[in-house]
Design a protein around this ligand. Structure first.
Ligand SMILES: Nc1nc2c(ncn2[C@@H]2O[C@H](COP(=O)(O)OP(=O)(O)O)[C@@H](O)[C@H]2O)c(=O)[nH]1
Ligand SMILES: [Mg+2]
Length: 341
């Protein structure tokens, strides 16, 4: 199971710079708009001190972090939903992502064209928001008549929900801001509407930004981040430069409502894995190996801190700290699990 974050924003705001820093993967970075045409996918490790702490106790041959995917999607511009600047194609790339990381340009650089013509985070956010909404509206407008024509009972029920959503989308409200119950959410899940996805705003800036409105956001200077990736540990210390990318990765991870559990594979490999919050242990097993889900009998579970305190799996067992979990056990963040099949 892999979760993905799509990096979106206007052209020339620093999306590819961020992607490159995140993945240390060489992608086209240039001062011209639309350099990035195919989305670039990068697998990024999720930083986790707990994994290190467990490994210090277990002393495995191999330590494997869990990962999250970042996708560098090309710049969106006004009218993208109508196909401006290849926009429609890019919007469809967002559909496959679990969350959106929106980069907002708050840096001056006369060498890099500012598509907006000014630094104005509120306006920039509004433009992208509108494109996402318009795309959802288009999807809804295609969908509703089709379902109505089919006219089956379940289609009509779904149409009702879709109409309610359409009402609020045309009024400029993101679907994620709508109060939908679990049944309604399930009913529309497969359509992967763009505005159901959580959005994290990342202001690309080197100064503290003051806003007229309240927009929860992270601030980071991506130019610095790019430079930091090219420095050695020694140079970083000398220049007193420190990367803040880990915070971005962690924020995305948390926004997706993901939790981490660990396996130790009999001492061989200490590894971190990802599941959605509130997953049961069978589902978690399936993330590790399909047999752990299909042939699940029980599992042994201990919170990571307890394992570290006990200083070994055997001592943890002797202290009675290892719990036996049946198939309905809900996995908690930080659980160390041994699956039994
Ligand atoms: N001065 C400055 N330039 C930046 C910053 N971030 C990106 N750039 C430059 O802006 C240009 C466009 O960046 P890029 O990441 O390709 O933008 P994208 O179109 O959003 O992918 C590149 O030349 C970057 O070096 C920044 O924080 N400060
Ligand atoms: Mg780019």
């Amino acid at each position: 199971m892999s979760f993905s974050v799509g990096i979106v924003g206007l052209p020339n705001v620093g999306k590819s710079t961020l992607f490159k820093a995140l993945t240390k993967k060489e992608v086209a970075i240039s001062p011209r708009p639309f350099t990035t045409i195919n989305p670039n996918i990068g697998i990024v490790r999720v930083p986790d001190q707990r994994l290190t702490a467990i490994a210090e106790v277990i002393k495995p041959q191999k330590i494997t972090p869990t990962t999250i995917e970042f996708i560098d999607i090309a710049g969106l511009i006004k009218g993208a939903h109508k196909g401006e600047g290849l926009g429609n194609q890019f919007l469809s790339h967002i559909r496959n992502c679990d969350a959106i990381l929106e980069v907002v340009r708050i840096f001056d650089n006369p060498k890099v064209e500012n598509v907006l013509g000014e630094i104005n985070p509120e306006k920039e956010i509004e433009i992208i928001k509108l494109e996402l909404l318009m795309k959802d509206l288009e999807t809804l407008n295609n969908l509703i008549p089709k379902l109505e024509k089919k006219g089956e009972k379940k289609d009509l029920k779904r149409t009702e929900i879709l109409k309610k959503i359409k009402n609020s989308v045309s009024g400029g409200k993101l679907i994620s801001e709508l109060e939908l119950n679990d049944k309604e959410k399930k009913e529309i899940k497969d359509y992967q509407f763009l505005t159901t996805k959580p959005i994290i705003y990342l202001f690309n800036t080197n100064y503290k930004v003051s806003l007229n409105s309240q927009i929860l956001h992270l601030e980071l200077n991506l130019k610095d981040e790019q430079e930091i990736t090219e420095l050695s540990e020694h140079e970083k210390q000398e220049l007193e430069m420190k990367s803040h990318l880990d915070q971005i990765i962690t924020s995305c991870y948390n926004t997706l409502d993901l939790i981490t559990f660990f396996t130790i594979k009999g001492g061989e490999e200490t590894r971190a894995w990802t599941v959605k919050q509130n997953s049961n242990i069978k589902t978690a097993g399936g993330v590790v190996h399909s047999d752990f889900e299909k042939k699940f009998i029980r599992a042994e579970v201990i919170p990571w801190q307890k394992l570290v305190d006990a200083n070994s799996w055997t001592q943890a067992r002797n202290k009675g700290w290892i719990q036996t979990a049946g198939k309905d056990y809900i996995v908690r963040d930080g659980d160390v699990i041994e699956f039994k099949i």
